[in-house]
Design a protein around this ligand. Structure first.
Ligand SMILES: [Zn+2]
Length: 223
């Protein structure tokens, strides 16, 4: 069974455990004050097929591009916007300088070429940032993968590898760094416990602001 990441455990004076899968594909657990972690885990395990089904529903939700890939449309890269410019038979399919130059010969399929380009750029940028924050967190990831995840910016594997969605590279650098730190800290602390957030806070005291930014603006990071 795949590991189910628990985003938050909310304890209150309730009698039963309730599970909620939020629209951004995270699991929130509401539990009585005294229920043990082992008991909560057991409930999650029992409900795992229902949870997985909910996650799948969210991930299969159509993801409408808000672009028509015409000149002047804005595309984001590390938080800066670049107007798209079509060049006749450009040297490369996609090239970024002050603008985002797209060669006319990829025109019927601009979105896919852009996606590929974002993926490559994400790999370079995120790898470099992982290396830098490895020193700060003390965790060197076993692998760094770029995924096509639509609703999860990053994740951490059982084997100490980290994954990031290529979409993240559209966000400002400080937001990318937050997700990198979040996943690297997960290598040593796989849950979202107080201990986890304390570790994140030590490296990045303003992580809450960055996290909020992603919550509020994440849906805009779409090509
Ligand atoms: Zn996490």
């Amino acid at each position: 069974m795949k590991e189910i990441p628990v985003e938050k455990i909310i304890r209150s004076r309730r009698r039963t455990i309730a599970l909620e899968v939020t629209p951004d594909a995270t699991l929130v657990v509401r539990a009585p004050l005294k229920s043990s972690a082992a008991y909560i885990e057991e409930i999650i395990r029992r409900k795992s097929s229902w949870i997985q089904k909910k996650f799948d529903e969210i991930n299969l939700r159509p993801f409408f591009p808000n672009h028509e890939y015409t000149e002047g449309e804005l595309f984001f890269f590390l938080g800066r916007s670049y107007p798209l410019v079509i060049v006749e038979n450009g040297r490369r399919a996609i090239e970024r300088s002050d603008r985002l130059y797209v060669s006319s010969d990829v025109r019927p399929d601009i979105r896919n070429h852009l996606k590929r380009w974002y993926r490559e750029e994400a790999k370079k940028e995120i790898q470099a940032r992982c290396m830098w924050f490895s020193m700060k967190t003390g965790h060197i990831p076993a692998t760094i993968n770029i995924t096509d995840a639509k609703h999860r910016w990053g994740s951490c594997t059982h084997r100490g590898g980290v994954n990031f969605s290529w979409r993240l590279i559209q966000a400002p650098p400080e937001i990318v760094d937050y997700v990198v730190v979040h996943e690297l800290v997960h290598i040593g602390q796989p849950d979202h416990s107080k201990k986890f957030w304390t570790k994140v806070g030590k490296i990045m005291p303003d992580y809450q602001q960055r996290r909020n930014w992603l919550r509020e603006n994440g849906h805009l990071l779409n090509i």
